[in-house]
Design a protein around this ligand. Sequence first.
Ligand SMILES: [Zn+2]
Length: 148
Amino acid sequence: MTGTIAAAKSFHWDMAHRLGDGYPSQCRHLHGHRYSAEVTVRSDRLDEYGMVMDFGDISRICDGWIQEHLDHACLVSSRDTSLLEFLRAEKNRFFLVDFNTTVEGIAAWLAQVLQAEIDRQPHLAEREVRIVRIRLHETPRSFAEWSR
Ligand SMILES: [Zn+2]
């Protein structure tokens, strides 16, 4: 049989952010979203069960990382020093990144971070399981998509 096969799973989490770098519209105000990410993985070699990546592994590795680091956190750019100062003073949960926290930026960043987590798993690294797409919804009708 020809063609390629991919597997995908969706995750959801709550996270706050605001857009900086002089962005003029609504999203410059601190607010939150129920983010939803659909992560698609591919490998040229299926495992012994005929899977690209066990859905349980996708959950444990990708959703596990997201829940541990991002759920109910504020994603804050290192350039947003006033927000960072507030979050530190209030001992609020935050995750520091070096980009303006647009949905496009977050999708591309998650692809990197989650791929690194997958690569830490010998049984997946050995078959070169690759994240090939991340579709990240900021709202039900607005999303950005990163693809390899
Ligand atoms: Zn937003």
